[in-house]
Design a protein around this ligand. Structure first.
Ligand code: S3P
Length: 179
């Protein structure tokens, strides 16, 4: 039987603005590392029994944020690849938790790159009313410093192919093991 001396990876948490590819990169990592994927938005949807737009419309954004923090607390200790929603870094409580559970990986991309990917997406209430690029610029201004503060690794999302991003993350994980 093949013996390995490498310790198992406990978790990987992906952060970044909407459209950065947290779920799709998360899926690839989960396949390569043979770890479960927890998509935090999907987790919230399942628990609440309604879609993200329905939660925003019926319960309001503040309640969505409460559910989001609760979901993070519930899953953060699992051995999993965790793809978070873009707003996870807004609450201080969430940022504190993220810092306790490295590695946190920021998929960094410009509002222009992201707007081209998600414009017209009905499943994202924060951009549902249009003016996607401007909204993303405002979110980027608010959130970039917060992503930066939580991240152990910053991945230049728009300059790399998904395959290269996965390789970069895997290299980062092996370098951490040696440290
Ligand atoms: C949000 C991002 C969404 C989702 C919700 C709010 C945000 O997740 O959690 O619509 O505040 O940026 P994605 O980043 O997966 O789109």
């Amino acid at each position: 039987m093949k013996q390995t001396t490498e310790p198992p990876i406990d978790r990987i948490i992906l952060i970044g603005l909407m459209g950065a590819g947290k779920s799709s990169i998360g899926r690839r990592l989960s396949d390569v590392l043979d770890m479960p994927l927890v998509d935090l938005d999907d987790y919230i949807v399942e628990k609440a029994g309604m879609s993200i737009p329905a939660i925003f419309e019926r319960l309001g954004e503040a309640e969505f944020r409460r559910l989001e923090s609760e979901a993070l607390r519930e899953v953060v200790g699992r051995r999993a690849v965790i793809a978070t929603g873009g707003g996870i870094v807004m609450a201080e409580e969430n940022r504190e938790l993220l810092k306790k559970y490295p590695p946190v990986i920021w998929l960094k991309a410009s509002p222009e790159f992201l707007a081209a990917r998600i414009d017209g997406d009905n499943n994202r209430p924060l951009i549902a009313a249009g003016d996607t690029l401007n909204k993303l610029k405002i979110l980027a201004e608010q959130r970039y410093p917060l992503y930066e503060a939580c991240a152990d690794l910053v991945v230049p999302r728009e300059f790399l192919k998904k395959k290269e991003i996965v390789q970069m993350i895997l290299r980062f994980l092996s370098s951490r093991k040696g440290s």
